[in-house]
Design a protein around this ligand. Sequence first.
Ligand code: ATP
Ligand code: MG
Length: 350
Amino acid sequence: STASRQSLRIGLIPADGIGREVIPAAKEAIIALGSDIPKPEFVDLIAGWECFTRTGVALPEETVDALKNDCDCALFGSVSSPSRRVVGYSSPIVALRKEMDLYANIRPVMSVYPSQKPSIDLIVVRENTECLYVKQETQQQGEHGREARATRLITERASRRIGQMAFELAHARPRKHLTIIHKSNVLSVTDGLFRETVRGVPLLPEVNGKYNDVEIAEQLVDSAVYRLFREPEVFDVMVAPNLYGDILSDAAAALVGSLGLIPSVNAGDNFVMGEPVHGSAPDIAGKGIANPLASIRSAALMLRRLGYIKGADRLDLAVDQVIREGEILTPDLHGKSTTQEVLAAVLKNL
Ligand code: ATP
Ligand code: MG
């Protein structure tokens, strides 16, 4: 649909907390790209916890319909979740990934400064639709008190397509190295299926030898975390089931400094949605000091996947320059500047 329209229609879902501060900043950055993007048009959409408390639904049908019928891509902010279970509420981002079939979450993590040692330049490719996130939990009274159980679903189909996405990314990078993350020494059936299926991707007839140049490694998730902290430079692309991917990407984020810097995209075969890795940050929400760089980078990732390479490169360069100069940064990066001031610095570099 992107090609058939004269404009690029971008759904904006700021949702909760600092999402409302950083998504508008990303919008401004996209607008500033000018003719590198064919007439961006923005569609304001609602979802989240505040939406739930106001309307009774966390993800309104109109939001999903608009994304499906009226948008080429989207930017999502962050949702706050209640700490206790609330009847009727479940995370709209999980539902959205399912509705739009965004089966991959792609999170590049890079050293902030080129001179930083050890140098980190990796991508975590996280399966986005299954694993423990199917949220089938039960609780019953056992002989010695309550017993709670959760179902973990791993399918061949989901493992194969996330594997294909990961191989494609690894194939396109200079190092062409893919690490499959699992815990099949304990979960031999579920993680065994994941590992075996991903390993089988290069052998698929339709792949036709394309990924033969990708070097494949494997690592148990616990030792992968250890290794990530000891020698992060060994990793290039990492592919993992949902929960391990979640933990790994937050851990990797810690290595490069602030969560306020790490972008992601949720990608499927037909839609892409940028989303900063950080949450709604209730501790700083509304203060005007949230770091907008993760969201601007998420916009760049989204544009890159849509093929707007020049626009994506310009955004990334503008962000890198702000970080490197180190003058205008938000408090999470030990600066004194506001969201608006950091945005202005990015716009100036554009
Ligand atoms: P949630 O429940 O919404 O995931 P959380 O408690 O997990 O929230 P995050 O939002 O992920 O918290 O943030 C963790 C910490 O990092 C908080 O102290 C927050 O202030 C900080 N932080 C996260 N994102 C940013 C940002 N964009 N700019 C500045 N600080 C941030
Ligand atoms: Mg969080």
